[in-house]
Ligand binder design. Structure first.
Ligand code: NAP
Length: 284
């Protein structure tokens, strides 16, 4: 019988711990604050930004939103980032991606001060993660680690297969698993014999972006399956990358979608903003 990994429960646990620390900081006159920039009218981005604001409310942090029109120039966006970098009352800055096509995503990411880069997207912070010398780790992969830790799943020595090699999920996921002494394989669209590789995995992390991509024949009995994917099925319902109904009975642990990795990304964002605030105030 498989065990369901409950991302809502774990994210509430993480956010509650953050709230306790935020309350203690406020008693010392320090109020952690997150600035969220959104450019344009992408409906999915609006949902994500609203969820981040709600998480700030839950944890007691201040959130400041900069909603900028679609036609904002790169220069205008970078000057808002400069202003926030220089503002000591702001501890974390994130720009909701994607930005409109005429703006360079890389320029935006690199302009945010590394110490306020709570998404952990900058080259400096990603490099620190790979060196194991970091306070803040990439939100979605660290959310996966929080889930594993909560359920007492030790990846040391385990054969872990990540499907997907993006800068946001696949690569930093590999870094965090490797740091915990897993044996890590990263697969992608050019990988040959994918199911042969995944069917030997003790842990599969799926980050592909295709509904029902991971099928039962790709999973070994007793595996742990973590589904990072967020897709819509033919009925328009939210689903992951894993064919959950057919895969679940082969698993020891499996994450659902929704309610698995999704809530964890924002919980770690809150944790990172708190860490950034503590660091900027000389507390750690
Ligand atoms: P991405 O940048 O599009 O990367 C997808 C990866 O999947 C790529 O590395 C791609 O390989 C690989 N891939 C595509 N087709 C494949 C195939 N047939 N066989 C093996 N690998 C294949 O996506 P992403 O940003 O990493 O996101 C992945 C999924 O996670 C999406 O559904 C996204 O919505 C979701 N997501 C969720 C959260 C969350 O909070 N839970 C956060 C971020 C993303 P190539 O590199 O060779 O093209």
């Amino acid at each position: 019988m498989y065990k369901l990994i409950d991302g809502k429960e774990v994210s509430n646990h993480v956010k509650t711990k953050v709230r306790e620390e935020v309350d203690a900081l406020k008693e010392k006159g320090i109020e952690p604050a997150l600035a969220v920039i959104i450019v344009g009218n992408d409906p999915a981005s609006r949902v994500y930004v609203n969820n981040k604001k709600k998480a700030c409310e839950f944890t007691g942090m201040r959130s400041v939103e900069y909603a900028m029109p679609e036609e904002t120039t790169e220069e205008e966006l970078l000057s808002v980032i400069d202003k926030l970098n220089a503002d000591d009352s702001i501890n974390g800055i994130l720009c909701q991606l994607p930005v409109p096509k005429h703006i360079s995503e890389k320029a935006v990411i690199e302009r945010i001060s590394a110490k306020k880069d709570v998404d952990v997207f900058s080259a400096e912070n990603v490099g620190k993660m790979w060196q194991g010398d970091y306070d803040m780790a990439s939100c979605t992969p660290m959310g996966v680690i929080e889930l594993l830790d909560y359920y007492g799943i030790d990846v040391c020595g385990k054969n872990c297969v990540i499907i997907g090699r993006s800068n946001i999920v696949g690569k930093p996921m590999a870094s965090l698993l490797l740091e915990r002494s897993a044996t890590v394989t990263i697969c992608h669209s050019r990988t040959k014999n994918l199911s042969e590789i995944t069917s030997k995995a003790d842990l599969i992390v799926a980050a592909v972006g295709r509904a029902k991509f991971v099928t039962a024949d790709m999973v070994k009995e007793g595996a742990i399956v973590v589904d990072v994917g967020i897709n819509r099925n033919d009925d328009g319902k939210l689903c992951g990358d894993v064919d959950f109904e057919n895969v679940k009975d082969k698993c020891e642990f499996i994450t659902p979608v929704p309610g698995g990795c999704g809530p964890m990304t924002i919980a770690v964002l809150m944790k990172n903003t708190l860490l950034a605030c503590k660091k900027q105030n000389g507390i750690i």
